[in-house]
Design a protein around this ligand. Structure first.
Ligand code: CTP
Ligand code: MG
Length: 237
């Protein structure tokens, strides 16, 4: 089997505080999104990437990878979930899909994903109905007071037991048609979604947790760029 990846890249990167969206910032002479696409397409079981772009994007088409026959584009929406939906619909329209085709969804802002992690995730197809890469939480977690009744500054309301808590990453891996249906259903039911698994959980699917690596960071804040460069060097060794 070979797979298509939907790559949401239509965000503006507000927390990065840069003058351009973070997916176009440079790491070691290449943009973040070029690193991400290279990490995916160099995997033998990934055949194509559908890149979901902001309606005003002018940068993607200037990149070398935009000309690759394995790279397709479509236009995203206001929220990440709108962009993912657009990418999934583009997948359905472009490929000759069979009912049991699975799809990967991966953040453009996660260039450090490794082939080993992708292998572990793909392996679940044989014995599950879908899953995600995730890492067990390692820090101690505090629930804060409600800021609306605490004008000064937040204080700790209580400590949250972390023993069963995981941090969700991407790729997330599900049957394409089921994922589309789940997101549409969750949107109708006004469920807040920051990942694909939330939609699958909402329709009652048992989502498998596949333990990934802490190096698969989502570039979010300025200091993440040098950390990503460090991990990319390790992956390419
Ligand atoms: N994304 C998207 N469409 C949106 C919002 C986000 O395709 N409307 C993409 C981003 O480009 C990114 C991924 O989803 O690759 C993860 O989102 P996030 O890290 O939140 O990126 P941004 O929304 O760009 O950043 P911020 O939240 O700091 O503004
Ligand atoms: Mg965002």
């Amino acid at each position: 089997n070979s797979y298509t990846v939907v790559l949401p890249a239509a965000g503006i990167g507000s927390r990065m505080q840069a003058s351009i969206p973070k997916q176009y910032l440079q790491i070691a002479g290449k943009t973040v999104i070029e690193h991400t696409i290279a990490a995916l397409l160099s995997h033998s079981r990934i055949k194509s990437v559908v890149v979901v772009l902001h309606p005003d994007d002018t940068q993607f088409s200037t990149l070398k990878c935009a000309d690759s026959p394995q790279v397709f584009t479509c236009v995203g929406g206001d929220e990440r979930v709108d962009s993912v939906l657009s990418g999934l619909r583009a997948c359905l329209a472009t490929n000759a899909q069979s009912d049991n085709d699975w799809v990967l969804v991966h953040d453009a802002a996660r260039p450090c994903v490794s082939h080993d992690e992708i292998d572990d995730l793909l392996a679940i197809q044989a014995h599950s109905v879908g899953g995600i890469l995730a890492t067990p939480v390692s820090d101690t977690l505090k629930l804060s007071s409600d800021l609306s009744d605490d004008i000064e500054a937040p204080h700790v309301q209580r400590t949250v037991d972390r023993t069963r808590l995981w941090q969700a990453q991407t790729p997330q891996f599900f049957p394409l048609k089921e994922l589309l249906h789940a997101i549409e259903q969750a949107q109708q039911d006004k469920i807040k979604m920051t990942d694909e698994a939330s939609a699958m959980e909402h329709i009652g699917t048992k989502v498998k947790l596949v333990e990934g690596r802490s190096s698969n960071i989502k570039i979010t804040r300025p200091s993440d760029l040098s950390l990503a460069e460090f991990y990319l060097n390790l992956n390419n060794k």
